[in-house]
Design a protein around this ligand. Sequence first.
Ligand code: HH2
Length: 267
Amino acid sequence: MVNVTPDSFSDGGQFLSPDSALERARQLIEEGADILEIGGESTRPGASPVTEDEEVRRVGPVLEALRGEFPATPFCVDTVKSAVAGHALRAGASIINDVSGLRIDPAIASVCAEHGAGLVLMHSRGSVAEMASYRHAEYGQDLVGEVTTELQDSIHRAESLGVRSNQIAIDPGIGFSKRGEHSARALMELDRVCALGYPVMVGTSRKRFIGELSGVSDPASRVAGTIAANVMALTRGARLFRVHDVKANREALAVAWGLLASVGAHA
Ligand code: HH2
């Protein structure tokens, strides 16, 4: 990820200017990233809301600079606003990552349909300011049943607004409206999310539940824990991994994939 927010929790928003974003992007690509994501609004609880204009101002110049240097790389923009998504797609992004799963601004789907863009639908609850907190982290006996039902609503919304099924990926939203035990459950039962029939992405990277399980408090030092979670997710069907530490995750996932392939268990 290339953050252009001043308050993202895991890398402290060190990548605000186009120059520093370019430097970060070069590193990510050198380490083996297949897709680069740019985000201009943090979901960290307590982060200030960002206006449409401000988000476009943050993302636009960085996207343009990155497109110029890496014309062959697909760019994904993390936004819950259709106007920002429209700007991003016109400026050369090809995927929109909507952490609200179309709950906040469903017109994102129409914009993606119009551009033939990819759309990541992530599970969360509540507003941008609430979704990464525990404000709506209330689940009954079957957390994954609730998550898949809510993801299905997002999928129906996307498809009814013209997004084709092969443009969609889904994400259980690790850490979003989920306590540590909820995130663990979502990962361990990820096969049920995969059963919806769409490619599944996970974002476990450096997250709080990794800190809780490993005892590592500094997010940047949670690489080993992140890898453990991603390998578990791979075995349960995840195929897209949103990570900060590309090289280490790529290597670990390549080995895990090779082991699964050796017994034909990687279909
Ligand atoms: N997690 C964060 C932001 N966007 N998008 C998807 N699809 N899945 C996720 O799990 C996800 C996401 C939050 O990540 P965080 O580490 O808080 O911030 P960042 O990665 O932007 O540095």
